[in-house]
Design a protein around this ligand. Structure first.
Ligand code: HEM
Length: 465
């Protein structure tokens, strides 16, 4: 073992939730939200026993931010991602170092602000089509509505307008199983994946469905006319230094799967929480409606309206503060001195955006949903206190896509309908890969009467003549 390069003492081990042999593992899995939030009270860095190994939880947003931004050579993706690569091959979500950097630069243009702005026009039309189909007085499963919207909008960006019609539907029934099992496979020994268990059979079915629809979409993108706007067309056209395509069809396929895994679950959970919170807070909804009446004056939303929906954007930011990714992991490549304590090289380092966003030093009364925290003119939050999309080399590439599609759905839904949860409905955060899941959200819809009755709104088609 190499001698430590810092003489700082190790951080204290978290004194609660520890059992013989398993250490903190059970508490971490069973009480994940509360556990990480309470752990913050024990100092900026605490040690956790994961079985016999010690991992480190960094509880302070500023420390996390500096580590992610300044310490790029001192930390790398954790073992989970290396293992993930064995199951999912190479893509932006599994690579590190120069290969990752190359991919990041190659994909960035598709997620650029200007590109997202152009794309927003068709997302507005899609949101309007969906909300117009909601019958007055009907009860819908809002969680499913959101899932379908997110899949449609993500598939369109990835695969283009020519996406085979059944692709989002096939992904709806198989992507979640595929993702969950891919994570489990990444951590289990290879022989366990070969056992004929129901779990493995489900994975095989989900995996087959996801791979075959993505293959069809890659084929369709390869055959699309030059100049097609899809992300896949962009990837397939990337030039290699010596000429020819930089990525093969198979590599483009892996990249698309990585983006679906990274983007769909997170976005759908975040938007489901967003609508849940608005349904529970009539004061917030009233302010959203007032802004919509002011900006839209009864007409349907267009991409050009989005920059003026500043309060709707605050609502999205606040929902994401409360319901963020639970845990991000890294591996220390060298001994680290963090806030005067030593994290040895080779250790797993955790941090929880979910818990960091509940730090009362930065967000007084942190459990309260209060979009006015983000009112213009209020003091800016401290660096690192709010980082739903991470920071540094692996900062989320889909941030702009998410923000746009969340505001579009919120604005369109609120301008057309009021949505309410049944009295007494309790939404408990449930386990999911990233952002906690909402579970079923049955919502009753009532036509909203604004400046003009919602059903009198001219459609996009009528507006464009
Ligand atoms: C609410 C929505 C979303 C949240 C909260 C979110 C959160 C995050 C976070 C925290 C990271 C950093 C992970 C790390 O540091 O290890 C990340 C990375 C990433 N996200 Fe997102 N994400 C969201 C939506 C999306 C969307 C819509 C896409 C694309 C379709 C996407 C694609 C990615 C990719 C590819 C990475 C890895 C980037 C890299 O390593 O260079 N995400 N996301």
């Amino acid at each position: 073992m190499t001698p430590p390069t810092t003489s700082a003492p190790p951080p204290p081990l978290l004194p609660v939730g520890r059992l013989p042999l398993v250490g903190h593992t059970l508490a971490l899995i069973r009480h994940r939200w509360d556990f990480t939030t309470e752990a913050r009270g024990y100092g900026p860095v605490v040690g956790l026993k994961i079985g016999t190994r010690t991992a480190y939880l960094i509880n302070d947003g500023e420390l996390v931010h500096s580590l992610l931004v300044r310490g790029v050579t001192a930390i790398e993706r954790s073992f989970l991602f290396t293992q993930f690569r064995n199951v999912l091959n190479e893509s932006l979500i599994t690579t590190e170092g120069p290969d990752h950097l190359w991919r990041r630069r190659a994909l960035q243009p598709v997620f650029h602000r200007d590109r997202i702005r152009t794309y927003a026009e068709s997302v507005c039309r899609e949101a309007e089509r969906r909300c117009a189909a909601w019958r007055d007085g009907a009860t819908v499963r809002m969680d499913r509505e959101v899932e379908s919207y997110v899949l449609d909008t993500t598939c369109r960006l990835l695969f283009g307008p020519g996406t085979p019609a059944d692709v989002p539907e096939v992904l709806r029934s198989s992507l979640q199983t595929f993702t969950l099992n891919a994570v489990v496979r990444a951590v289990l020994p290879p022989w366990a994946a070969r056992l004929p268990t129901p779990w493995n059979r489900r994975y095989e079915r989900g995996s087959h469905a996801v791979h075959s629809v993505v293959s069809r979409a890659v084929k369709a993108a390869a055959e699309a006319s030059p100049g097609s706007e899809s992300l896949l067309a962009h990837i397939l056209a990337l030039p290699a230094p010596g000429g020819g395509p930089a990525l093969s069809g198979r590599q483009a396929h892996d990249e698309a799967i990585g983006l679906l895994i990274a983007g769909v679950e997170t976005s759908r959970m975040a938007i489901a929480w967003l609508l849940e919170l608005v349904a529970r807070h009539p004061d917030v909804r009233t302010r959203v409606e007032a802004e919509l009446d002011d900006v839209l004056a009864g007409r349907p939303l267009t991409a050009a309206d989005l920059p003026r929906l500043t309060y709707a954007r605050q609502v999205v930011d606040e929902a994401l503060r409360l319901y963020s990714v639970w845990m991000v992991t890294r591996n220390a490549t060298t001994d680290l001195d963090v806030a005067g304590v030593r994290i040895p090289a080779g250790s797993t380092v955790f941090f929880s955006p979910y818990a960091i966003h509940r730090d009362p030093r930065h967000f007084p009364d942190p459990e309260r949903f209060d979009p006015s925290r983000w009112d213009p003119g209020r003091r800016a939050v401290a660096r690192g206190a709010y980082q739903p999309f991470g920071a540094g080399a692996h900062r989320c590439i889909g941030e702009g896509l998410f923000g746009m599609s969340a505001v579009v759905l919120l604005a369109t839904a609120c301008s057309r309908r009021r949505f309410e949860l049944p009295p007494g409905h309790v939404t408990r955060p449930a386990i999911s890969g990233g952002i906690p899941a909402t579970g079923p959200l049955p919502m009753t819809l009532t036509r909203r009467t604004a400046h003009r009755s919602a059903d009198e709104f001219p459609s996009h088609e009528e507006m464009s003549g």
